[in-house]
Design a protein around this ligand. Structure first.
Ligand SMILES: CC(C)(COP(=O)(O)OP(=O)(O)OC[C@H]1O[C@@H](n2cnc3c(N)ncnc32)[C@H](O)[C@@H]1OP(=O)(O)O)[C@@H](O)C(=O)NCCC(=O)NCCS
Length: 223
């Protein structure tokens, strides 16, 4: 893997910019929308342990979620985390540096975020991807466009080898996107997400450069 600095990426309609503090409040406003955070941001483990809650019980999952959402919805509480994140991106800290703010090209309109970060307990060449798009701009192919540019950079320039990622089974937009990127479905696992009274399953995906380069053929085969 090449430990190169992150850089601005361009697509036909988007500019993927290195994050700055200026757009973080807007990104937070997008993120606190339940439609965005419900399957994007898992309830952190510390909330379960600190409050003695179990991930196996639906009532506890709901309690943990409401504690987390209360914390997430408080900008004064969140701002220091955002400042720290920007500092670590500026310092090119590997845990944060491959994060982009998604702007509509030639505007100052930020519509989402995309990341390609290391995974716990995995070598740095195996990474996860994460993305969210402002609901006002969803369904127009922006996430696909951003993800292709990011993976092109990550596989060809940073030379990561693999992506391991997952999305809730009912989060069709996200796993469809993984399949459009050529990733292969490798199984399921339990999550801490829920809908009504059911604990949701995650679809797990694996990607690499070859699968990514053959994405159009692979995706047709899946369909
Ligand atoms: C997932 C997300 C980033 C997709 O963004 P987007 O810009 O709308 O995605 P695209 O327009 O590029 O669409 C990607 C594919 O998913 C499909 N799709 C998008 N939203 C969908 C939905 N709600 N239901 C079913 N399919 C959907 C699109 O049709 C497209 O597939 P197609 O080309 O075969 O038609 C966006 O829905 C989002 O921000 N979701 C909330 C955050 C989240 O869940 N993040 C991922 C956690 S794993």
């Amino acid at each position: 893997m090449n430990r190169i600095d992150s850089k601005k990426l361009y697509t036909d309609r988007l500019e993927l910019r290195i994050p700055t503090i200026e757009e973080q409040h807007r990104l937070w406003e997008i993120l606190i929308n339940e439609d965005i955070n419900q399957y994007y941001f898992p309830t952190p483990d510390r909330i379960f342990s600190k409050n003695n809650l179990s991930k196996e019980k639906i009532e506890d999952l709901k309690k943990a979620r409401s504690i987390f959402i209360e914390q997430l919805s408080n900008w004064e509480r969140q701002e220091p985390f955002y400042k720290k994140k920007i500092e670590s991106i500026k310092a090119q800290d590997d845990s944060q540096k491959y994060t982009w703010s998604i702007y509509l090209k030639d505007t100052n309109i930020v519509i989402g975020q995309i990341t390609c970060q290391p995974k716990d307990n995995e070598p740095e060449n195996i990474r996860d991807v994460g993305w969210f798009i402002d609901p006002n701009y969803q369904g127009q192919g922006y996430a696909t466009e951003a993800a292709i540019a990011v993976l092109d950079f990550m596989f060809n320039e940073v030379e990561i080898t693999d992506i391991k990622t997952s999305a809730a089974e009912i989060n069709h937009g996200s796993w469809k996107l993984m399949e459009k990127l050529g990733f292969e479905f490798i199984g399921t696992k339990k999550s801490t997400y829920y809908k009504d009274d059911e604990i949701l399953v995650l679809k797990r995906y694996h990607g690499n450069k070859e699968l990514f380069l053959n994405r159009d053929n692979n995706h047709k085969k899946i369909r």
